[in-house]
Design a protein. Structure first.
Length: 125
């Protein structure tokens, strides 16, 4: 059985979710765009590379379909990282994530760091 790392958090808006096994200089393995759809239904996006799988599961409301990017990287010591974010130079997300979970499976887990970067927008000007 392969170990999994997962986190569940609920916030107003999500800018970037990053699950790191170790921070270092990294080689890009996967960088794939996908569309996050509102409507309150639970959806998942999975990417696989080098025997690892990164899965982002979520439900959200508001806004319209938004382009997001899942990136998988490997450093020189063969530590893997996975991130989900808006594409560079994209507008802020207007989605409300009711829940989300991110998991990396494969290999042997020695430790993990979870970073959630948020951008809160005012409701009134």
């Amino acid at each position: 059985m392969r170990p999994a790392v997962a986190t569940k958090v609920m916030f107003m808006t999500l800018s970037t979710l990053l699950l790191l096994l170790k921070t270092s200089m990294c080689k890009l393995l996967v960088s794939e765009s996908f569309f996050v759809s509102p409507g309150g239904h639970t959806n998942s996006h999975v990417e696989k590379s080098s025997g690892f799988a990164c899965e982002f599961t979520y439900a959200c409301q508001g806004g319209t379909n938004e382009e997001w990017v899942m990136t998988m990287q490997e450093d020189e010591e063969h530590h893997f990282s996975c991130s989900v974010s808006r594409p560079e130079h994209s507008p802020t997300s207007y989605l409300f994530f009711q829940h989300f979970e991110m998991a990396i499976t494969g290999g042997h887990l020695k430790g993990a760091v979870v970073l959630v970067l948020l951008l809160h927008l005012p409701f009134c000007n």
